[in-house]
Design a protein around this ligand. Structure first.
Ligand code: SF4
Ligand code: SF4
Ligand code: SF4
Length: 309
């Protein structure tokens, strides 16, 4: 494949023809922020936070969808680029809860990181804010659409990586939001709880319900493990706080096979400190019982048989 040579921030860079400016710049060691860009599903160009200055272009260009060409001269942090990025962040913050203190994404949130990088303490834009109810219907995934920045990564991941198409953009204008069909909650949708959408969400709109309140992101260490429940070889992350496993999370697309719910729950049981002895409620109190006693219960047996189908 032919190469092209361009200049980025004064540095000559040679990349294969067809490379996007974003990838060329990152390869050369330059920072460009992204919200909607997903290396597994490139070419969306929706959020515009990745704009750069290209000499001779009539406007700032989204680097994630612009091909590098021979002789191109690019600046990734010129004053007009920084100004545009600041405006985008301020617009997002104008309709965003100031919730970082208790948000489970604190410390691993791109909106927070970029606001910090560009020195934005608050938005200069004042207006209406959303007040959506939090969707806790799915026992594994929490959706807080008040924090959604409409980057669409979850929508594309569900459709193109997971091949489910459970969620999509609904409504128009200020009311636009990501929703399952008929704007129902996740539990009533065809969601299979793979959590790939959670793994790609750049902010705190999608979170693992099982990890809520278990530790700040910087206190959690991740260790990749391969599931041994079947021969598909799905990979996932054990989340450690200290030496204790506090939960299991999905790998982002491109970092391992999607993990089925059975595998994830099985691994959580296997690695966490949860009791492995069955508990039965007797006279209002949970008491330990033997496995034969637990399995003799009519509803347990029928539910296990249901799961086998
Ligand atoms: S999503 Fe990010 S910016 Fe928003 S409250 Fe959570 S940590 Fe803060
Ligand atoms: S958990 Fe999986 S199936 Fe459900 S919405 Fe997210 S990506 Fe789609
Ligand atoms: S829920 Fe997250 S990934 Fe989905 S559109 Fe909103 S911010 Fe993006």
């Amino acid at each position: 494949m032919a190469n092209v040579t361009l200049t980025i921030n004064g540095k000559e860079v040679t990349v294969p023809a067809g490379t996007r400016v974003l990838d060329a710049a990152r390869e050369a060691g330059f920072f460009i922020p992204t919200f909607c860009h997903d290396p597994e599903n490139p070419g969306y160009g929706g959020c515009r936070i990745c704009v750069v200055n290209i000499k001779g272009a009539r406007t700032l260009m989204a680097s994630c969808v612009t091909e590098a060409t021979n002789g191109m001269v690019v600046e990734t942090e010129s004053p007009d680029v920084v100004e545009a990025r600041k405006t985008i962040i301020e617009l997002l913050l104008a309709n965003h809860p100031a919730d970082c203190l208790t948000c489970d994404k604190n410390g691993d949130c791109r909106l927070q990181d970029y606001a910090y990088r560009y020195g934005i303490r608050e938005s200069g834009f004042k207006g209406e804010k959303h007040s959506y109810p939090i969707d806790n219907s799915n026992p594994y995934i929490t959706r807080d659409l008040n924090k959604c920045i409409l980057c669409g990564r979850c929508v594309r991941t569900c459709a193109q990586v997971q091949e489910r198409q459970v969620i999509d953009f609904a409504y128009r204008g200020f009311q636009t939001r990501v929703a399952p069909a008929m704007d129902t909650n996740l539990a009533e949708s065809d969601c299979v709880s793979c959590a790939r959408c959670v793994a790609v969400c750049p902010v705190g709109a999608l979170n693992y319900a099982n990890l809520a309140g278990k530790g700040r992101t910087y206190e959690i260490a991740k260790k990749q493990v391969t599931c041994s429940f079947c021969d598909a070889g799905c990979q996932f992350d054990l989340n450690y706080k200290g030496d204790k496993v506090v939960g299991v999370s999905a790998k982002a697309p491109g970092q391992g096979r999607p993990l089925c719910l059975k595998g994830r729950l099985g691994m959580e049981l296997r690695y966490s400190d949860q009791p492995l002895t069955p508990m039965l409620k007797k006279d209002g109190e949970f008491v330990e019982v033997s496995w034969p006693e637990a399995l003799e219960l009519e509803d347990v047996l029928s539910k296990l048989k249901e799961l086998e189908k």
